[in-house]
Design a protein around this ligand. Structure first.
Ligand code: ACO
Ligand code: KIV
Length: 804
């Protein structure tokens, strides 16, 4: 059936209240009402599966914890569960002294009796009786006249008075009485007044303060806008006699979705008390939501006298008991209500937090109130125990501000505006491509990947390993009083495509010195267009965060690359930022092979050569070996061209030269002598530690058995060699160190041998050579180094008769 084109033929509009001097529109609420939770009655009766006693107990405890002082706990005549639940609360002493238990009954004597029995012995109880008063109910449900309807209410009010008085005499329970002209909003306002006046008279003992009678005026079904409800409440409040002896209670339902508005306008109109449910459970579209009402007051600076400072645990209890979810858009409580996805909202919130932090610091200093004034966030999520984590979430609708906010929250980085724009484009591209929300982890990971920020997993092709910044005067000052400019020198080790390289450069500052080094050594020619820095963390945790934008040198308006760096040292953080941006710039493009300038002029440096060996092979050459190798390098530069002073040498060439010169890590067969196997044993009488070696060597391609004895492994090996080789070997220098850690550790050994051989009478031939070796076994490493050195001297084998 289509919707009606003229619905007036089916639905009647509400009848406005005849009130012309209404006061409520210009009033303000300044204090919280009396709250009554009817979760365990009106809420419960609307559930497909009413709560079990366990669920009701849990819910009751939550209500007490949240500060409710009046709780409608049951319709005791309805079921044994309800009746027994009330009894249990009382008998197990679970009701705090300042909490009133409220129970509902229809105007039926047998049911009233059972209802009062249910609360007998409670400290405080409110008996709540109802009968419907509207024409529809009078005519259809009760088939009663107005007079009969009033008579029903009077009769049962009197029964309640008598039974409660008897109960008080018996058990000491203090009672209050609440009467509801059910369907109040559909009842003629004057008839509602008439029946309440009659009930008040029948009750006969309404007083002031604690003795007030409660008239609950329900919008049993919400049939008109909130102003209609307010008009009806104001009409009632102005019409009822002895107003001071009456608590006017409001009980809005939410059929038109305006239950909250009705309650708030009803309070302006004179309501003293609100009946409702947490998160708005209840018949059909629900009872008015007490959480929203309370927090609406709170966010106006009015103490609601209810505590939702851990809203999540309240949600958990309520959803567990009602078996109904809380909508993600539910005011104050929904998962999404403190979340902004859209760019302009996020931008405003980010700016709002920045300004508010400053404003709060100033107010703190002056001892003034720190007012909450935040775009798009009417309430501080922290007041409800929520974090700011969910405040900004990112998808394709988001902008740079929100993304920058998350980067700040999670990485402590306050990105400069232009970098925010650059990173936004990165995130936006992913969000668009994947058509999904970008979680915080996605954003943090995207940032780390893009800027190679934070640990080895995100390391780029260029990574700073160590550096030293030194300064030297540039030019002499020309006149007196002029200060001398200082130049900065960068000496560092940078991991380039997995290989450690020594980089040097000079500039006006550390960053330009590094850029100079990158230009010279790696052909990366960039200049700084923008630089900024700030500190993150406090005290010992403080670090410097730096941001740079690099552009190709000579193209100040060209497109740039941003980089970020974090370090305890400010120079370190800037240098890292430069490398971060340089990584973005080089992308996958191959880098030129790194070269060292070596030779005979002042630029060539022994230390540079040694550090290449250290960084490439992890070998810490002893000082004399450094000098020896440096000479080898210089000789190789000159080669056959006597006039060549300086030559570029690639790192690979340099390392190859080292390995060849000292027999390090070259295939054994290429050496004149190498060890096939050995066994080293202690020998002697035990008073000293002499060693004996037995084993097999390959000498000029032939396997030879060896045996020798000495003070230690090396001298035992030399003794064994002396059996086979003419002349004498002696160890001039020996050192060793470990490489690596733990189970990966190996030993590196360096041996310098001298070799003396008699060549005819009075002719002694002397030479010396270094050998370098590495092995997991330290003895083997030393022996191998000896054999490397032996292979490098021009030795002569003995003529061995019957030798193997
Ligand atoms: C707006 C509200 O939320 S009101 C509260 C509603 N809550 C509930 O109804 C939950 C608990 N209710 C129950 O368990 C049952 O309805 C009971 C135990 C109260 C009564 O059950 P039953 O006796 O089987 O009657 P039933 O449920 O059919 O109720 C209808 C009868 O009660 C009468 N009645 C309805 N409301 C009232 C009332 N406030 N006062 C007196 N009689 C009433 C009806 O006129 C009808 O009478 P009839 O049988 O003479 O025609
Ligand atoms: C019993 C009354 C107060 C009721 O629940 C209603 O009218 O909604």
């Amino acid at each position: 059936m289509p919707m009606l084109t003229d619905p007036s033929k089916k639905y009647k509009p509400y009848t406005p209240v005849n009130i012309h001097d209404r006061q409520w529109p210009s009033k303000r609420t300044t204090k919280a009402p009396i709250w009554l939770s009817t979760d365990l009655r009106d809420g419960n009766q609307a559930l497909a599966n009413p709560m079990t006693i366990e669920q009701k107990t849990l819910f009751f405890q939550q209500l007490v914890k949240s500060g409710l002082k009046e709780i409608e706990v049951a319709y005791p005549a309805a079921s044994d569960t309800d009746f027994n639940f009330v009894r249990m609360l009382i008998e197990k002493n679970m009701v705090p002294d300042d909490v009133w238990l409220q129970v509902l009954t229809p105007a039926r004597e047998d049911l009233i009796k059972r209802t009062i029995d249910s609360v007998a012995g409670a400290k405080h109880a409110i008996i709540h009786m109802y009968n419907a008063t509207s024409p529809l109910f009078r005519n259809v449900v009760f088939r009663n006249s107005k007079e009969e309807t009033v008579a029903l209410a009077i009769k049962h009010t009197k029964i309640i008075r008598q039974l409660t008085e008897e109960c008080t005499a018996r058990t000491g329970t203090i009672f209050k009485y609440e009467y509801s002209p059910e369907t109040f909003t559909q009842t003629e306002p004057d008839f509602a007044l008439e029946i309440c006046e009659a009930v008040k008279t029948a009750w006969g003992k309404a007083g002031t303060g604690e003795d007030r009678i409660i008239f609950n005026l329900p919008a049993t079904v919400e049939i008109g806008p909130c102003n209609l409800y307010a008009d009806m409440i104001e009409y009632f409040c102005r019409g009822i006699s002895e107003r001071e002896k009456v608590i006017v209670s409001l009980h809005p339902h939410n059929d038109r979705g305006t239950g909250i508005a009705a309650a708030e306008c009803g309070l302006l109109a004179g309501g003293d008390r609100i009946e409702g449910c947490l998160f708005g459970n209840g018949e059909r579209t629900g009872n008015v939501d007490l959480v929203i009402l309370a927090l609406n007051l709170y966010s106006q600076g009015i103490a609601p006298n209810l505590d939702f400072s851990d809203i999540q645990s309240v949600i958990e209890v309520v959803t567990q008991c009602n078996d109904l979810p809380v909508h993600p858009r539910h005011p104050y409580a929904g998962d999404l209500v403190f979340t902004a996805f859209s760019g302009s909202h996020q931008d405003a919130i980010k700016k709002g937090f920045e300004v508010q932090n400053k404003r709060h610091a100033e107010a703190d200093a002056k001892g003034e109130n720190k007012y909450w004034d935040m775009p798009y966030l009417p309430l501080d999520p922290a007041d409800l125990g929520c974090s700011y984590e969910a405040v900004i979430r990112v998808n394709s609708q988001s902008g740079k501000g929100g993304i920058a906010y998350l980067v700040k929250q999670h990485l402590g980085l306050d990105l400069p505006r232009k970098m925010q724009i650059a990173f936004y484009q990165v995130v936006q591209a992913v969000a668009d491509r994947e058509a999904r929300e970008m979680m915080v982890d996605d954003i943090v990971t995207a940032f780390r990947r893009t800027y190679h920020f934070g640990g080895p997993s995100y390391q780029g092709r260029l990574a700073l390993k160590s550096f030293e910044i030194s300064s030297e005067p540039s030019v002499e000052p020309e006149g007196e009083g002029e200060t001398q400019d200082e130049r900065r020198r960068f000496d560092g080790t940078i991991l380039v495509d997995g290989v450690l390289r020594v980089i040097k450069g000079e500039g006006n500052g550390p960053l330009s010195a590094l850029l100079d080094g990158l230009r010279t050594h790696l052909d990366i020619d960039l200049s700084i267009r923008e630089y900024s820095e700030h500190t993150t963390g406090d005290g010992k945790e403080a670090k410097a965060a730096s941001y740079v934008e690099l552009v190709p040198s000579g193209e100040p308006r060209g497109s740039g690359w941003w980089g970020a760096g974090l370090d305890t040292d400010i120079a370190g953080s800037g240098l890292r930022a430069v490398l971060s941006a340089a990584n973005g710039h080089i992308g996958d493009r191959p880098l030129p092979e790194l070269k060292l300038l070596v030779g005979f002029n002042k630029q060539s440096c022994l230390a540079d050569v040694a550090s290449v060996v250290l960084n490439s092979l992890q070998l810490e050459l002893p000082r004399r070996l450094q000098a020896s190798f440096f000479e080898v390098v210089q000789r190789s530069v000159r080669g056959k061209e006597a006039n060549v002073l300086v030559k570029e040498m690639s790192y690979d060439t340099l390392i190859g030269l080292f390995q060849e010169t000292y027999g390090y890590d070259v295939p054994a067969e290429r050496s004149r002598v190498w060890m096939k196997s050995f066994k080293m044993v202690y020998c002697g009488d035990g008073s000293d530690s002499r060693r004996q070696i037995n084993g097999e060597l390959v000498l000029d391609g032939k396997v030879r058995a060896i045996s020798g004895e000495g003070n230690g492994p090396l001298s035992a090996m030399l003794a064994a060699l002396h059996n086979l080789i003419e002349g004498m070997f002696a160890v001039r220098e020996y050192s060793e160190h470990s490489i690596g850690e733990g189970s990966e550790v190996t030993a590196a050994s360096y041996v310098e041998l001298t070799y003396t051989r008699e060549e005819g009478q009075d002719n002694q031939k002397r030479s010396a050579a270094w050998g370098v070796a590495r092995d997991t076994d330290i003895t083997a490493s030393g022996l191998k180094a000896v054999l490397c050195a032996v292979s490098k001297v021009d030795f002569k084998l003995k003529n061995v008769v019957n030798g193997s």
